[in-house]
Design a protein around this ligand. Structure first.
Ligand code: NAD
Length: 476
């Protein structure tokens, strides 16, 4: 493949030593390969972004908005190819791949509008002291390094790329080595739109490339989405240079189901919260807390719903859930099934890998999981749900908050006063009431505690790429 990396407005071959295999997880076989970039090529990408910055940051907001609208439109024009690629490389069923593409399109459209309204640009600041005036300028942070994972490649990159470009930053994007092809569409679109060379650079590679980028002294900011382990390494690199960093990390989120809830609706929310994208979501609601009075009615229906879920190739129109995206993830989830057996957990459904050639596992439910269990506490990143019962609202809140993570939570109850009260008490970045995984570009994304630092989406996503400057003038 000759179109593996996009540096300074040109498509180049990788000159690194790592060969990246691009796999079809439904078959467990590679369908493409590419060479990673070398450290020198990372240097070239950062240098290109640096060279493009002075002109790009002086473009008008409406000019940048026009490019962003172009990204949204061009994504739509590439719909069939991008949906097919996500189905093939991620193992997403068609309807999920469509949702991802629509999310990316909406993100570019939203930041196009926000760019035009850039809040506070050259705003006067009223001063109590006489004899001075002051104004605020919101300036781009500068050259930003964006490092992303594989579970929602188009979306996660759009959440970073769109606000960064809107703010006037230039970018070096490193996609995951598991899904290195999807984001190349952003380079192709940049070409089509005539985005000035160097404003967007895309370098593919493995951990070594990510480390070369995060350690690079030519960046003004890093924005990382991925695991806590790598996130802390990225944070160390940022600390070494006293450079700002945004981190979107892991989760072990709770879904709380109260006695007054409609059982069928709750089952639907619980299944979607753990089986969408085969559970490979930082925001998977993988800890089910169910109130005593409804548990005996709910658990058998949940078990039946998970048993009836159709697991299969994304190419089959019938599949509700596809395979796990990588062999490493499949082995990791299989390891948790073994741990569950060692811990003697009560498995109501699943608990095994499927012998089908690809990286399939069955949707899984463990009941009455002890709070000390590894499966209750660790992020698994697969369709593996652990359930516990609770007696009171206070107990439910305490158990939900008893986690080193704090990304999201779902509250299921018909008592709306309680829903709002519980939502306020949960130590997370986003709470859904009687819905699940509903992410709107106008609301924020990000977590508390070990789930990260900073927020994406909404105006907060844009401000992550802006630097505040004040100009104060003496009138005397
Ligand atoms: P990962 O941390 O292994 O990899 C993420 C990215 O970092 C990849 O591009 C990888 O090549 C790169 N990388 C690896 N080693 C590096 C290093 N030493 N220095 C710099 N970069 C390096 O994560 P993953 O397996 O791709 O993704 C799964 C994780 O991502 C899960 O923990 C999940 O919860 C998290 N995630 C979080 C969010 C969120 O918004 N909070 C969203 C999606 C995924």
């Amino acid at each position: 493949m000759t179109t593996s990396h996009y540096i300074a407005g040109r498509w180049v071959d990788g000159q690194g030593s790592d060969c990246i295999s691009v796999n079809d997880p439904a078959l467990g076989q590679p369908f493409a390969e590419l060479m990673a970039v070398s450290a020198e090529q990372v240097d070239q990408a950062v240098a290109a972004a640096r060279a493009a910055l002075p002109a790009w940051k002086c473009t008008s907001a409406s000019e940048r908005a026009a490019y962003l609208r172009g990204f949204a439109e061009q994504l739509g024009q590439r719909r069939e190819a991008l949906v097919a690629l996500q189905m093939r490389n991620n193992g997403k069923p068609r309807h999920e791949a469509e949702v991802d593409l629509d999310d990316a399109i909406a993100t570019f459209g939203y930041y196009a509008e926000l760019a035009e309204q850039l809040p506070g640009q050259n705003c006067d600041v009223p001063l109590a002291a006489p004899g001075f005036t002051a104004r605020t300028r919101l300036e781009p942070v500068g050259v930003v390094g964006l490092i992303v994972p594989w579970n929602f490649p188009l979306v996660t990159s759009a959440w970073k790329l769109a606000p960064a470009l809107a703010a006037g930053c230039t970018v070096v994007l490193k996609p995951s080595e598991v899904t290195p092809l999807c984001e190349l569409a952003y380079g192709q679109i940049a070409d089509t739109l005539g985005l000035p060379a160097g404003v967007l650079n895309i370098v593919n590679g493995k951990a070594e490339t990510g480390a070369a980028l995060s350690n690079h002294n030519g960046l003004d900011k890093l924005s990382f989405t991925g695991s806590n382990n790598v996130g802390s390494q990225v944070m160390r690199s940022a600390a070494a240079q006293c450079r700002p960093v945004t981190l979107e990390l892991g989760g072990k989120s709770a879904i709380l189901v109260f006695d007054d809830c409609d059982v069928d609706a709750a089952v639907q929310w619980i299944v979607a919260g753990i089986c969408w994208n085969a559970g490979q979501m930082c925001s998977a609601t993988s800890r089910l807390l169910v109130q005593d009075g409804i548990a005996d009615a709910l658990l058998p229906r949940l078990q039946a719903a998970l048993e009836n879920l159709r697991v299969g190739s994304p190419l089959s129109e019938e599949a509700d859930m596809g395979p796990l995206t990588s062999q490493a993830q499949w082995l990791k989830v299989a390891g948790y099934f073994a741990t569950a057996r060692e811990e003697g957990l009560q498995c109501l459904v699943g608990g095994k890998v499927l012998d089908r050639g690809g990286w399939f596992v069955s949707p899984t439910l463990y009941a009455d999981v002890p709070e000390g269990s590894r499966l209750w506490n660790e992020e698994i990143f697969g369709p593996v749900l652990c359930a516990r019962r609770f007696a009171s609202e206070q107990q439910a809140i305490a158990e939900a908050n008893d986690s080193r993570f704090g990304l999201v939570a779902t509250v299921c109850t018909t008592d709306l006063a309680r829903a709002e009260r519980v939502a306020d008490a949960l130590e997370v970045g986003h709470v859904w009431i009687n819905s699940v995984q509903a992410v709107f570009v106008e609301t924020s994304w990000g977590g508390t505690k070990g789930s990260g630092i900073g927020r994406e989406l909404g105006p907060w996503g844009l401000s992550g790429y802006q630097s505040v400057k004040h100009v104060t003038r003496c009138l005397g």
